[in-house]
Design a protein around this ligand. Structure first.
Ligand SMILES: NC(=O)c1ccc[n+]([C@@H]2O[C@H](COP(=O)([O-])OP(=O)(O)OC[C@H]3O[C@@H](n4cnc5c(N)ncnc54)[C@H](OP(=O)(O)O)[C@@H]3O)[C@@H](O)[C@H]2O)c1
Length: 279
């Protein structure tokens, strides 16, 4: 591993995560000096992920799979320390893991679960690893178009159990992550911090666990993107070919973050919420 640079992705066993893992593993297979770290939550999915990458002919020493559940600060910290202890520079961190919760739930710190997994974990992990990212390296936060259609209040971390809605809970967490992306991009001028909006993809994420799922599968799923089709945005954000920061990358190119998000009144609060809690 000496002399290599890390390529890290969270949610590596998910629909988009597997495609990103394949991209990172293929860079490692080309002997370009990269060492992928694929972060998974579920032990049972590790074998499936290894089998998926098998055609590349890599050995188990050519990449690592780290098990981690990103729903609490302590597990995020543990992951960050584990990565730091490798003592290797990071070329890219892709914060891809996310979830959508059917009901209002909180983690052990009282943070609403969409916020915990989709905003707080990637923001905290990025902040903890930022000093290890090589000059010109990248942090890529996978967000969602839905960021544009919601807003958050100062109690955003806890949410409101009485007015909870699954889609808006998820969207608010992606808005918070988008605001943090802009903020971090300005605070770390030597690295590229950007978002990726992958479009609607044919993955587990769009399952609602409701009676209408089978209609959605039949009528809507055929028109969604395969995760591999959204990879182009990840390639561009990881390679920094556009030389932009605080942007959103899509399949159709990259665009500045929407003004109302970049200049959101809670931006400072969001930054201090994450940064002040890191020792
Ligand atoms: N699919 C879409 O239409 C769409 C649209 C816009 C944005 N996105 C974004 O794209 C990204 C990838 O989502 P996807 O569509 O590939 O969905 P997915 O297949 O459900 O993948 C989500 C991944 O996140 C992992 N994850 C969830 N909770 C976690 C936790 N507490 N700790 C660690 N890992 C956790 C999952 O682990 P398990 O494998 O163990 O479940 C899974 O690997 C997400 O950020 C999502 O918000 C998706």
């Amino acid at each position: 591993m000496q002399g290599k640079e890390l390529l890290i992705v969270t949610g590596a066993s998910g629909g988009f995560g597997k495609a990103i893992s394949m991209y990172f593993a293929s860079l490692a297979a080309q002997k370009r000096g990269f060492y992928p770290i694929l972060c998974c939550r579920n032990k049972e999915k590790v074998k499936e992920l290894r089998e998926y990458l098998d055609p590349l002919g890599l050995s188990n020493d050519d990449y690592a799979i780290f098990l981690t559940d990103l729903s609490s600060s302590s597990s995020v910290d543990e992951l960050a320390y584990r990565i730091k202890s490798l003592n290797l520079p990071i070329r890219v961190l892709v914060n891809n893991a996310a979830s959508m919760f059917a009901s209002h739930q909180t983690n052990e710190e009282g943070i609403e679960m969409n916020m915990a997994v989709n905003f707080y974990a990637p923001a905290r992990l990025s902040e903890m690893l930022a000093s290890k990212i090589t000059q010109g390296g990248a942090i890529v936060n996978v967000v969602s178009l839905s960021r544009k259609y919601v807003d958050i209040e100062s109690d955003f971390l806890k949410g409101n159990p009485n007015s909870y809605n699954r889609v808006s809970g998820y969207s608010k967490s992606k808005l918070a992550l988008s605001i943090f992306t802009t903020d971090m991009a300005e605070r770390y001028p030597n690295i590229y911090v950007n978002g990726v909006d992958p479009g609607i993809m044919n993955t587990k994420m769009i399952k609602m666990d409701k009676w209408f799922d089978k209609f959605v599968d039949y009528l809507f799923r055929p028109f969604t993107l395969e995760p591999s089709q959204s990879l182009e945005a990840i390639h561009a954000a990881c390679q920094n070919t556009d030389n932009v920061k605080g942007y959103i990358f899509t399949r159709k190119g990259c665009f500045p973050m929407e003004k109302k998000i970049a200049k959101h009144p809670l931006r400072q609060l969001i930054q201090t919420t994450v940064c002040d809690s890191i020792k």
